[in-house]
Design a protein around this ligand. Structure first.
Ligand code: BGC
Length: 411
């Protein structure tokens, strides 16, 4: 009896200890579309099944441009979350420099992130002064054109294989009552599409000269003038695309109301949720079918400094769970992105993801602009391209002049 009492007391203590160690971990992100919600649910499921902590979902609607200022003001204002999404690169740079983000160097060394994360540049993007401040969780590429088979079938023209064929098919699509190019109104969508046109029309070197070297002469030069002409064609093709969110634009493609969309490979999550099959219902052209490359960008999680040891424990646990092989596969298959680990089984990947993986293996990649530009520069580019797409009277020459000025002052 005595020993049973002792056993029960010990059990109570243990239960209490477990409760005391468990934290509610609020995770903020901007994943609110159908595909995104399905993917983030995989993180929550893995976290709660592998640890004793609770996932508190902090989704913010409206995309990264709306969510990031909220994250930043909460962190700088002393109301930090347990973990938060940012894109790979420079978006959290100032928060890290201000000492507001946790240093994960020890865990990274213990779990050998330097060996398992590929490409290596993604971990470099998390590293400031030799210390690791974030966990890269996926590789997303912007460099895709998504095409609706139904739209082209209805218009009686074959599904294009290149950007030029797509532009040539626009009149037939219009005649069939379709919007040739689906484009949403969120500020990052038009600049994102423009950044996809650069390597396709002008090549990888020009892209790097402009965004990596910040070469304003190249930005103002003849190669980039061709890109502005292509952007002019794109805005005409998108003139009747009256939607706001990127996934509403993807939905125009899914339902065959639009011919195509230039969008990152997170669009795959939407096709998947709609039950569509790559190669049968839709096609995907990396590098717009012209120059097969992918950009290496995506998402990383940062963990604001906390005085609460329970939160710190939950942060450590979440960082590990996010990089675990099974979480990487389950999350990324739903998200449309590629795992950051090269050592996981991707047999279940669809045709488009397999194309992306092949290109990645060949190393034909460019870094995404958020890795090269500051948030301030990207915001200026967003504003310029929203104006260009919405203002038919603004000439490509005028837009290029303003573009070159932004590049000249970018750091
Ligand atoms: C993120 C993706 C996300 C997309 C649209 C990008 O910035 O990297 O994970 O799906 O925005 O919300």
């Amino acid at each position: 009896m005595k020993s049973l009492k002792a056993f029960l007391a010990c059990g109570t203590l243990l239960a209490f200890a477990n409760v005391a160690q468990a934290a509610q971990c609020e995770v903020t992100h901007w994943w609110t579309s159908g595909g995104e919600a399905a993917a983030v649910a995989e993180f929550a499921k893995a976290f709660e099944s592998k640890t004793n902590h609770k996932w508190l979902d902090g989704a913010i609607a409206g995309g990264g441009g709306t969510a990031r200022p909220v994250f930043i003001s909460r962190i700088t204002g002393g109301d930090p979350m347990c973990a938060t999404q940012f894109n790979h690169g420079r978006q959290a740079e100032e928060l890290v420099e201000a000492g507001l983000m946790r240093d994960f160097t020890e865990l990274a060394a213990k779990e050998n992130w330097a060996e398992i994360v590929r490409p290596r540049s993604l971990l470099d993007g998390c590293t400031v002064d030799g210390k690791v401040y974030c966990v890269p969780i996926n590789i997303h590429s912007w460099q895709w054109l998504w095409l609706s088979h139904k739209a082209f079938e209805d218009a009686g023209v074959p599904v294009p294989k290149t950007w030029d064929e797509f532009v040539a098919a626009a009149p037939a699509l219009e005649k069939a009552g379709k919007i040739p190019l689906a484009m949403g109104g969120q500020p990052w969508q038009t600049s994102g599409a423009f950044n996809v046109l650069i390597p396709a029309i002008a090549g990888k070197d020009i892209y790097l000269k402009v965004y990596q070297d910040k070469d304003a002469e190249v930005a103002a030069g003849p190669e980039m003038a061709k890109v502005f002409q292509a952007a002019d064609a794109a805005r005409k093709m998108a003139a009747k695309s009256n939607v706001q969110d990127w996934n509403q634009a993807t939905n125009l493609v899914i339902t065959g109301q639009a011919g195509g969309q230039i969008m990152g490979d997170w669009a795959q999550g939407e096709f998947q949720v709609a039950g569509q099959v790559a190669g049968k219902d839709y096609s995907c052209l990396p590098g717009l079918g012209v120059n097969e490359l992918i950009s290496v960008g995506g998402d990383a999680f940062y963990f604001p400094v906390s005085k609460d040891p329970e939160v710190t424990a939950a942060q450590d646990a979440l960082a590990s769970v996010m990089l675990a092989p099974d979480t990487q596969v389950n999350f990324n298959l739903k998200k449309g992105s590629v795992p950051v680990r090269g050592d996981v089984d991707l047999n279940a990947a669809n045709d488009c993801m397999k194309k992306g993986l092949e290109i990645l293996a060949k190393g034909n990649t460019v870094p995404d602009p958020p890795r090269l530009n500051t948030e301030d520069t990207n915001t200026q580019l967003n504003d310029l391209f929203v104006e260009f797409f919405k203002t038919p009277s603004m000439t490509p020459e005028e837009a290029q002049k303003r573009y070159a000025e932004i590049i000249a002052s970018a750091d």
